[in-house]
Design a protein around this ligand. Structure first.
Ligand code: NAP
Length: 259
């Protein structure tokens, strides 16, 4: 399918690895020029070159922490007038509700709620003025069904979800859509680090921890970043203009709900 976005420009935050990289690759495959970002320069540059070589699109890199005001300013300088914004950042650490204090919540809110809102606020007026734009926020299945140890993540991302629900309806008339992708378990470094938390908590091997987590997924496996990226690229495509304010679970069936 021709996604109809060849030649457009996208800012893909937190994209040197994992789900962000999957989104960057799928957009590049559709002919979209990229601004890519991460805190670590080495992996970011390597991923950017991999994408330039594979798809022949222009890729600008910005080494910055997207959760900070300075990082956002650096991104916005490089990504003026982008047509597509993919919001992403690392997820908060797992833990227990008794241990979380105000600073933990502020860090989670900065990373997983306020950073995407700041970038939407800065970039959507230009999209609206040009009459076309796409925003995809990477959130989590924890927005639909709680994951107790990821309470910081759930709290911040649910706040973002509430913001998107109202805001998406305000910008849709100008040709701009905002939607959220809700990953379940995908095969990335983040998933490996959560596997290791299970190893520590239960005193089991990494293979046992992974088998235990896979057993709870009807699809019987972790998702891939390529599958995730393809869904992102579709939401950014010309075909997705009537999809507004939705929360798409990509979880292999893990969240056991009818709708
Ligand atoms: P990942 O494999 O660890 O990759 C994270 C990427 O984001 C890396 O490129 C990392 O590069 C970059 N990054 C992290 N923090 C950043 C920051 N503050 N500023 C800029 N770049 C940053 O993680 P992932 O699995 O793709 O997860 C992406 C998001 O989806 C996370 O919020 C995660 O909680 C959520 N999620 C993931 C899963 C899953 O199964 N994978 C499930 C549900 C939700 P640097 O470290 O160099 O900055």
């Amino acid at each position: 399918m021709d996604l109809g976005i060849s030649g457009k420009r996208a800012l893909v935050c937190a994209s040197s690895k994992g789900l962000g990289k999957g989104c960057a690759m799928a957009l590049a495959e559709a002919g979209v020029h990229l601004v890519m970002n991460a805190r670590g320069a080495e992996v970011l540059e390597a991923t950017a070159q991999e994408i330039r070589d594979a798809y022949g699109v222009e890729v600008v890199t910005v080494v910055a922490d997207v959760t900070t005001a300075e990082g956002q300013a650096a991104l916005l300088e490089a990504a003026t007038d982008v047509d597509i914004l993919v919001n992403n950042a690392g997820g908060p650490p797992p833990g227990k509700w008794q241990d979380w204090d105000r600073d933990d919540f502020i860090r989670a809110l900065d990373a997983n709620m306020l950073a995407p809102i700041a970038l939407m606020t800065a970039l959507m007026p230009g999209m609206m003025a040009r009459g076309w734009g796409r925003v995809v926020n990477i959130t989590s299945q924890s927005v639909r069904a709680p994951i107790a140890v990821l309470g910081l993540s759930g709290a911040a991302r649910t706040g973002l979800t509430g913001y998107v629900a109202g805001t998406s309806r305000q910008v849709a008339g100008s040709g701009v859509t905002i939607n959220n992708l809700l990953p379940g378990l995908h095969d990335t470094d983040r998933a490996a680090s959560l596997d290791n938390s299970v190893v520590k908590a239960q005193g089991i091997s990494i293979d046992e921890a992974r088998a235990q987590r896979v057993a709870a997924i009807p699809a019987g496996r972790y998702g891939t970043i390529e599958e995730f990226g393809a869904a992102c690229a579709f939401l950014c495509s010309k075909h997705a203009g009537y999809i507004v304010g939705q929360n798409l679970l990509l979880d292999g069936g893990s969240v056991n709900v009818t709708m």
